[in-house]
Design a binder for this molecule. Structure first.
Ligand code: S3P
Length: 440
């Protein structure tokens, strides 16, 4: 693949200055993927502002272009998508490369299941190890035909399969699975109804409504029927809470810090880390809470505060599922013990995040016990050491945060995947006080 730098990019992170100033993090990844997909199959032209210029979302844009959608880039962070309508996509004889993006691949699988043409979806080494039956099984019960390699990518989606709506109770809380089924449901006869074991992010539901598709939803439920039309609309993408998360933890643990993070998306299904950090004693306030593009946003102000360990309430897990790597760092330097349970999903993210964080933290001298669905972390001091990113952007950025407070340099191997979700992380981080260096 050529959209990710093939050169290994190692980082070294050391204690810097106290973190100060204002950090504007990039656009939300989940919202950017969905905005592209819905705009592509809408009638008319949609403008997306605040679009995440990450490898993941650019991969989705490239796939949609390959399927015949014209997408313009008037400026960085902006896209104009010329929608082709629900039945206007054209098949491609070439594989559709989703890069590192689980969200891209799973949502596109739902979208492509209802098309008249065949498609093959491929991904990078990390994505090629991620489970896909969670989407292909329920899609099969809607009438889709999808071949996998033992449940893993590449996926071959057969076209021309008539779909019918289903009532599906998700076995695991997953917004990607829910969204894939809702997208297939646009092409299905009858009603598709989804029930979740715990409510997950509802961007697909909100955005379908914004594009004019009749949909009923509430936390944990979504219901729609096929046979309507999506009408182009403009989308304002908020700053990604998951990118802000690294700075929330960093400023909380680095003495003397005070950081402002403007206009961050505060959808309640995303902000579990805010509650978790506050339970640990963090000093984070939300200022100027407002609505932008149908989503709650606000400016986050975070000041250093001594943290203590907690038994993390399991109910918070789905609302902070992407923030655990950062939370592990906070817990490793907090006073006392932090217990995480009910988070087995972490094992099937871009890496097995329980194992990669436990191994990395141990390399820095932390005491951490892995459990099948979480970890017990004994807080203390972190020392110098070398850790592996395992091709996982969030692991790399989390250990960059650890380097701020470790007693010696933290070397993080192979950080090139940070560009999937957070291009410019290194510059932004160094701009507010980190001491991060990259070596190709
Ligand atoms: C996402 C859902 C979550 C999350 C991922 C983005 C989405 O995955 O971890 O980063 O945009 O729907 P799961 O659906 O697998 O929990």
């Amino acid at each position: 693949m050529n959209h990710v730098d093939q050169n290994s990019l190692d980082w070294s992170s050391q204690p810097g200055r106290p973190l100060r100033g204002s950090v504007r993090v990039p656009g939300d990844k989940s919202v950017s993927h969905r905005a592209l997909m819905l705009a592509a199959i809408a009638e008319g032209d949609s403008r997306i502002r605040g679009f995440l210029e990450g490898e993941d979302t650019r991969a989705t844009a490239a796939v949609l272009s390959q399927l015949g959608v014209r997408i313009e880039t008037p400026s960085a962070g902006e896209r104009v998508v010329h929608g082709v309508g629900l039945h206007g996509l054209r098949g491609s004889s070439q594989p559709l490369d989703c890069g590192n993006a689980g969200t891209g691949m799973r949502l596109l699988t739902g979208l492509l299941a209802g098309q008249a043409f065949d498609s093959t979806l491929v991904g990078d080494d990390s994505l090629s190890k991620r489970p896909m039956r969670r989407v292909t099984d329920p899609l099969a019960s809607m009438g889709a035909r999808i071949d996998t390699r033992d449940g893993l990518p590449p996926l071959h989606v057969h076209g021309g399969q008539p779909l019918r709506g289903i009532h599906y109770e998700l076995p695991v809380a997953s917004a990607q699975v829910k969204s894939a089924l809702l997208l297939a449901g646009l092409y299905a006869a009858g009603e598709t109804q989804i029930v979740e074991p715990h409510p997950t992010r509802d961007y697909t539901e909100r955005m379908l409504a914004a594009f004019g598709w009749p949909i009923t939803f509430s936390p944990g439920h979504a219901r729609l029927a096929g046979g309507h039309v999506l009408r182009a609309t403009d989308v304002d993408v908020p700053a990604d809470f998951s990118s802000a998360a690294f700075f929330l933890v960093a400023a909380s643990i680095a003495p003397g810090s005070e950081l402002r993070l403007p206009a961050v998306g505060l959808n309640p299904r995303r902000t579990g880390l805010l509650q978790a950090l506050r339970l640990m004693g963090a000093d984070i306030t939300v200022e100027q809470e407002r609505e932008a593009g149908g989503e709650p946003v606000g400016d986050l102000v975070v000041r250093h505060a001594p943290l203590h360990g907690v038994e993390l309430p399991e109910a918070l897990v789905p609302d902070m599922i992407d923030e655990f790597p950062a939370l592990f760092i906070a817990a490793a330097v907090a006073g006392g013990r932090t217990v995480i349970r009910g988070a087995a999903e972490l094992r099937v993210k871009e890496s097995d995040r329980i194992a990669t964080m436990a191994t990395g933290l141990r390399a820095l001298g932390a005491m951490i016990e892995e459990t099948p669905d979480g970890a017990i972390i004994h807080g203390g001091r972190l020392g110098a050491g070398t850790v592996e990113s395992h091709l996982d952007h969030r692991i790399a950025m989390s250990f960059a945060v650890a380097g701020l407070v470790a007693t010696g340099p933290v070397q993080i191997n192979d950080c090139r995947h940070v560009a999937t979700s957070f291009p410019g992380f290194l510059e932004l981080a160094n701009g507010c006080g980190f001491a991060l260096q990259a070596a190709v």
